[in-house]
Design a protein around this ligand. Structure first.
Ligand code: NAI
Ligand code: MG
Length: 354
């Protein structure tokens, strides 16, 4: 079980240190090796995704990433910016499946943007396709053309999904549903987009291979509405790149703090890149203020999806639940009456709970 550890920039090294401590404490045979990605890599080598990092990431079974970027590198040309390192590694490793769980821990019910009774107990997983759809479809562009007798600018993008792309993301979603609550909601816009009619047809075909999973379909506009009306009706949701971009951000806000949200991006063999959903938080970097739980929960996802260590994943998740129940809070989730701690102390508490 080889892990390429990329702390990155800003709060990245602080939160990663806590996740590594947690992994070390599990007594699994994990091999962890660190490398540079993002701004720190630009400073050291001039390249946000250096060759040495590429080699290590490709040789590893999983990549655990903190966050990249910060104002220090904002003035650089686009191809040297830290974010290019992140896009580079995602593409290089062919990470087409983005898994974003939205879990509301009962202790954080007041942090949600919805009423506690609507979100209490929320535990959904959004599976978003990450390398296709209208974001990548050709042709695309902005061009001046003759339209109804007058030249004007025309902009266009093309929504394209090939069958193999739809099948491989649906497979990830069906399998995730099978391991969870056995309900899969596939989100599309088949009433107006033929491309997504194909998506729906393939989902129906594949449902025969997963008899235990109850498949339903929902149009994306209704899905956006249902997520804030009655989010607990969902277990696993699966959708394309663009709809998934929007719905996963919407769902994340139901759970309160960005400092709590892990994510996974997987390839066809469940090799994956795991990272918190937040960025490098330069405003609080180096101050022992950042919440390390999103990174620790990302490490738990790594144990589950890449290493098939479900018991260890649950141990970590239960430890996080326990520290919240014990009242430990970093600044982003602090409320009067709870015990405010720093990054390291939150790591200590998780280790103690383990
Ligand atoms: P951000 O997520 O870094 O910060 C947004 C706000 O949330 C800030 O107030 C920050 O202090 C707070 N925050 C974030 N993570 C936290 C944590 N773990 N604990 C407590 N508070 C936390 O987003 P922002 O400010 O838009 O971007 C900062 C930098 O991060 C930029 O350079 C951006 O490009 C980069 N970025 C990198 C990402 C990645 O590496 N995947 C994703 C998003 C942004
Ligand atoms: Mg987004």
């Amino acid at each position: 079980m080889k892990i390429c550890v990329l702390p990155g920039d800003g709060i990245g090294p602080e939160i990663m240190a806590q996740a590594v401590r947690v992994l070390d404490a599990l007594d699994l045979k994990l091999e962890m090796e660190e490398a540079l990605l993002g701004g720190c890599a630009v400073d050291a080598t001039g390249n946000p995704y250096p060759e040495a990092t590429r080699k290590l990431a490709r040789a590893a079974d999983a990549v655990l990433l903190g966050a990249v970027g910060g104002p220090k590198w904002d003035a650089l040309p686009r191809e040297q910016r830290p974010e290019r390192g992140l896009l580079g590694i995602r593409k290089d490793l062919n990470l087409f499946a983005n898994l974003r769980p939205a879990i509301l821990y009962p202790e954080l019910a007041n942090a949600s943007s919805l009423k506690p009774e609507i979100v209490a107990g929320l535990d959904i997983l959004i599976v978003r396709e990450l390398t296709g759809d209208i974001y990548f479809g050709q042709p695309r562009g902005i061009e001046t053309r003759e339209v109804e007798g007058t030249p004007q600018r025309v902009g266009w993008n093309t929504m394209i999904y090939a069958e193999y792309e739809i099948r491989r993301i649906l497979k990830v979603a069906f399998e995730a549903a099978q391991k969870r609550g056995k309900k899969l909601c596939s989100v599309d816009k088949m009433n107006v987009l033929e491309c997504t009619q194909l998506w729906r047809d393939i989902a129906d075909e594949m449902a025969n291979d997963y008899p235990e999973v109850e498949l339903s379909h929902m149009l994306v506009d209704n899905a956006a509405m249902q997520l804030v009306r009655a989010p607990k009706q969902f277990d696993v949701m699966v959708t394309g790149n663009m709809f998934g971009d929007i719905l996963s951000d919407e769902a994340s806000m139901l759970t309160g703090s960005i400092g709590m949200l892990p994510s996974a991006s997987l390839d066809a063999d469940n090799k994956g890149l795991y990272e918190p959903s937040h960025g490098s938080a330069p405003d609080i970097a180096g101050k022992n203020l950042a919440n390390p739980l999103a990174t620790i929960l990302s490490a738990a996802m790594m144990l589950r999806y890449t290493f098939n260590q479900e018991a260890a994943a649950q141990r970590v998740e239960n430890a996080v639940k326990k520290v919240l129940a014990q009242g430990y809070r970093t600044g982003d989730i602090f409320e009067p009456g709870t015990n405010k701690v720093g990054t390291r102390e939150m790591g200590d508490a998780v280790l103690a709970a383990l």
